[in-house]
Design a protein. Sequence first.
Length: 94
Amino acid sequence: MANRESNANTTYFDASGDAALLKTGAGVVGKLIIHTVGTTAVVILYDALTATGNILYSWVTADGKIEKNLDARFTTGLYLQITGTTPGGIVTWS
């Protein structure tokens, strides 16, 4: 699912029904870009080590393509969950 750019703080995603722990510990989510909407897709960013806990941001297919500066702080970790059919996008963090 997650293809990381060489700076290790950018993840490209284009998969259905997948998830990844992007970072453990504290940090900041920078930007979320959805360039491919998919079908009945949901993308959720958690302040957690798994797909439970505090939701930082949630996107659904009906929201359409976005480029959003989140600047959201997390303390436990950053977890990305994808459901539905093949949304494509980018998430950055530090």
